[in-house]
Design a protein around this ligand. Sequence first.
Ligand SMILES: *Cc1c(COP(=O)(O)O)cnc(C)c1O
Length: 504
Amino acid sequence: MQSIDNLLITPDRSLRDALAAMSDGACNVLLLIDDAGRLRRTVTDGDLRRAILAGHGLDTDLGVLPDQAPKLVEPDSSSAAVLALMNAHGIDQVPTVDEDGRPVALHLRRELDQPVLLSTPHLAEHERDFVEQAFRTNWIAPIGPNVDAFERELASKVGMGHAAALSSGTAAIHLGLHLLGVEPGDRVFCSSLTFVATANPIRYLGAEPVFIDSEPETWNMSPAALSRALAAADAEGRLPKAIIPVGLYGQSPDMEPIIDLCHRYGVPILEDAAESLGAAYRGRAAGTFGRLGIYSFNGNKIITTSGGGMLVGDDPELIERARFLATQSREPAGHYEHQETGFNYRMSNILAGIGRGQLEVLDERVRQRRAVFERYVEGLEGVPGLDWMPEPASFHSTRWLTAMTIDSDRFGSDLEGLISHLADGRIEARRVWKPMHRQPLFKSAAYWPHHATSSVSDRLFETGVCLPSGSNLDSVQQERVIQRIRERARPSGRFWSSSTLSLG
Ligand SMILES: *Cc1c(COP(=O)(O)O)cnc(C)c1O
């Protein structure tokens, strides 16, 4: 919907005034109102063109246009109903009026039709300055002052000693596991409910992933499952070389019990905070709890360099070694000297410039994502069968993606039905990650559920969905999402559970 203040016009104004108003309002429709402020008709640029072709001069007033009852929609009509009316009449805008016939809103097809995406890049003010500086000094690649500064600035932002800027979060996990000594035949424990990028690097190193379930309180690694898995591995004499807890959808795992367990068995942690940069756990930044941590700056993440990652740690030698390995393990010598296999994993000076600008607005992005979440909670209040991803006390989630589960009996539609209803309205919603232990790729891998008899990540996959959550999602777009979910829901207060019915 569009603010209509600039679009109101009276019949005593001229065709010229109307053209100027369209040009000022960057809109090709005006609302012609009478003395009492009631809507007489809409005026499009086509109407003006036809008046001029019919021989009226630009100074003719709008009173010359024939009366024409406007097509209207009720104030609380759904986007689908508005679009249906537009399609039925071949028009691109539909006003809404109050009970006295005064216009209150204007729906535009281009707004209703625009796709609403899950999470899109959101640039700020200074990225361009840093990138321009790189151009000006011809410091485009490979590494350079932006890379050094981005590493320093990010490390200080999260409160970790050191950071190495890399080409992706996946590269950071790969290098991190390599630095922790993971070798062919080793085991690595890893959250099952995650994006495949967490687990792939385990295979790159010829190691074997063992998947750990989520807990219901955080949706992240279950300390209960981890405890059983470690005890069993210890009994076998085959402890993992590393453990990768993942911070899903902007929220840290419950790190304290995980750290305790890892200390007890002497296993290092590599924290995958690709989705949780900006989050905190007991007042400390997500990604800083392990021996190493990683972040991602992929296009959909909370801040982005278009593509990139960061490996962080407190041990300066470990991070220095990461930088060495990431530049083809080139020995310090006048010629090209190599003793070990390296990688081409460094971030470029250009992309680090984007990252520096993005880092300046990280806190703002967290506030914006959290505000998106709050608007969903408010807008969907009273809809039966919806449960939000929980945020326990002493956790501070970024709500990178707003995630919820639906109880399809109470909600009135199953998950796929809801997602395709949203897709029909050009709204992108995605199922929660399909757990790694259910992927054909990892069908041979071991899996430790939260309870011996029930798997939390399976339930989250079967019932969970992520809603459009970008920090640049505007309230009109978000209202479309909310309306469409409400359309699909069972009207609240008119629901009897199947158990109630079966009592009769
Ligand atoms: C995005 C993501 C990654 C990978 O980061 P890239 O920069 O895309 O390689 C790793 N783990 C998780 C959980 C992610 O969401």
